[in-house]
Ligand binder design. Structure first.
Ligand code: BYC
Length: 325
């Protein structure tokens, strides 16, 4: 329906302006906030950047769950820094979305009442310390795979936000892999925990790239506008090709009996995730959807006094300035 709306809006726009805009995109020019843009382009960016920002913010919850239980002071400091980085990513992305004429409050309200999505992956629980390794390795690994090409996306503020995010995500992925190396080379019980985390997180990580290309609603228009640089299946394939040898290096087994190198295509064959589970999760029925939204609503309501205090302070300062003029 959204894709249809974007198409019907495009058909109402001035064909000359649309053609000139597409020419700029095809020439790899960056589109900046004050430039003319089709309404569908603006809405698609708000949806994607907003969803991405929400993912960074909600994504703090599964890892925040382990800050108080990290096994050493060093691990605690590293995890704390990583979770703080995710908050920063959310803020850069909300700022990028704001340049498109939507406020951060509006975006937050749409997250809190379920009108906007965030990544499916954050609706799964983090049950053991090994999950901190698997999340860093696989979830941040999948995020980087998606986000590195987005540094070349056509919208300037989004592309620039992505440069810094990608640098930090690389560190996150390495710290996750480092935890996995420790666990996989530890006691048999630790190795089993690492294997169990891989078993649970593998398919949800593959779902992060979105539905298969034949079912993706937005890919073709988003790719024509260079809001997306690759299809969902292309990125999923690259992720499996990069990650399968890493699992082997760790001495762990990817929970997919069909996983096998295919010489002809120069990549791995692998099993698709259970798409009915994916649809359940994005419709709000995953294991932790209710908890995640409840935690965000609680934080928003409990901190209302801070927002109100800051706004009152700013209003008072403005009034003083006017009175002094
Ligand atoms: N989860 O037509 P499609 C991170 C929705 S990492 C939820 O292919 P599109 C982090 C999609 O929105 C994660 N919903 O859509 C990492 C659409 O529904 P609507 C954030 C999903 O937009 C570590 C419908 O399914 N990264 O932040 O072309 C620690 C049809 O899909 C998902 C980004 O957001 C999903 N996995 O492609 C902390 C990257 N997949 O909106 C934080 C930027 C699909 O029509 N985003 N849907 O109701 C993208 O690249 C694209 O939005 C997607 C989806 C590849 C995710």
């Amino acid at each position: 329906m959204y894709a249809q709306m974007v198409k019907s809006e495009a058909s109402q726009e001035d064909p000359e302006k649309l053609a000139a805009f597409q020419k700029r995109i095809d020439a790899n020019e960056k589109i900046e906030p004050k430039d003319w843009m089709p309404e569908g382009y603006r809405k698609t960016l708000i949806r994607q950047i907003g969803q991405h920002a929400h993912s960074e913010i909600v994504g703090q919850l599964p890892e925040g769950n382990w800050i108080t239980r990290a096994p050493t002071l060093e691990r605690k400091a590293i995890l704390l820094a990583k979770v703080q980085d995710e908050a920063g990513h959310g803020l850069y992305l909300y700022c990028a979305a704001e340049t498109l004429g939507v406020s951060r409050d509006e975006l937050t309200e749409m997250l809190l009442d379920g009108r906007m999505k965030y990544s499916s992956i954050f609706n799964y629980p983090t049950l053991t310390w090994a999950d901190m390794g698997a999340v860093g390795w696989l979830v941040d690994g999948a995020a980087i795979m998606n986000q590195v090409p987005l540094q070349r996306t056509s919208y300037g503020p989004y592309a620039r936000a992505m440069v810094r995010i990608c640098k930090e995500e690389s560190f996150h992925q390495r710290q996750g892999f480092d935890i996995m190396m420790k666990m996989a080379n530890g006691t048999p019980a630790q190795k089993q925990m690492a294997q169990d985390a891989l078993n649970r997180i593998w398919f949800p990580a593959l779902m992060m790239f979105g539905p298969s290309d034949k079912d993706s609603v937005h890919s073709s228009q988003s790719m024509a506008w260079k809001i997306k640089m690759n299809t969902n299946d292309e990125l999923r394939q690259k992720f499996v090709d990069q990650t399968a040898p890493q699992a082997e290096y760790l001495g762990l087994t990817v929970p997919d009996e069909t996983l096998a190198w295919n010489d002809e295509k120069g990549g791995y064959d692998f099993a698709e995730p259970d798409w009915s589970e994916f649809h359940d999760v994005i419709q709000g029925n995953g294991p932790c959807n209710a908890d995640r939204l409840e935690a965000r609503n609680r934080a928003w309501n409990d901190n209302a006094w801070v927002r109100e205090g800051m706004m009152a302070h700013a209003a008072k300062k403005r009034a003083q300035k006017v009175a002094a003029q």
